[in-house]
Design a protein around this ligand. Structure first.
Ligand SMILES: [Zn+2]
Length: 116
């Protein structure tokens, strides 16, 4: 699926999709895709750029990951205290603290979109 198809797909009305109290979800997803196609960003940065809550960004990212699969690249969270990389973590949200040294100085996962 290329970007045009994906955007068109997202534009369709999807009555069976799980409902979420969000404003213009299709537009938000297109904005997120456009931003991540240009540079890698954290969910927090996307939240500031797109103007929705961070957890809403993560919700959209889950959908984008399902649709675009490997095109959504996740740069794992990194502990800034001990350097531990949380590569095995499948969830899009970074952990609150490092599983190794328990530090809360965690660089959040970064997202990017490639191969569109
Ligand atoms: Zn650590």
């Amino acid at each position: 699926m290329d970007l045009t198809d994906f955007v068109r797909d997202q534009m369709k009305t999807r009555p069976n999709q799980p409902s979420m109290p969000v404003l213009r979800p299709e537009t938000i997803r297109q904005e997120i895709i456009a931003l991540l196609s240009r540079e890698s960003m954290t969910a927090r940065e996307l939240s500031g750029q797109v103007g929705v809550a961070e957890k809403e960004v993560l919700y959209h990212l889950e959908h984008i990951r399902l649709a675009l699969r490997d095109a959504l690249v996740l740069e794992p969270a990194l502990c800034l205290a001990c350097g531990f990389s949380l590569r095995k973590r499948e969830r899009l949200k970074g952990p609150g603290r490092c599983p190794v040294c328990k530090s809360q100085h965690i660089a959040e996962p970064r997202f990017a979109i490639t191969r569109l």
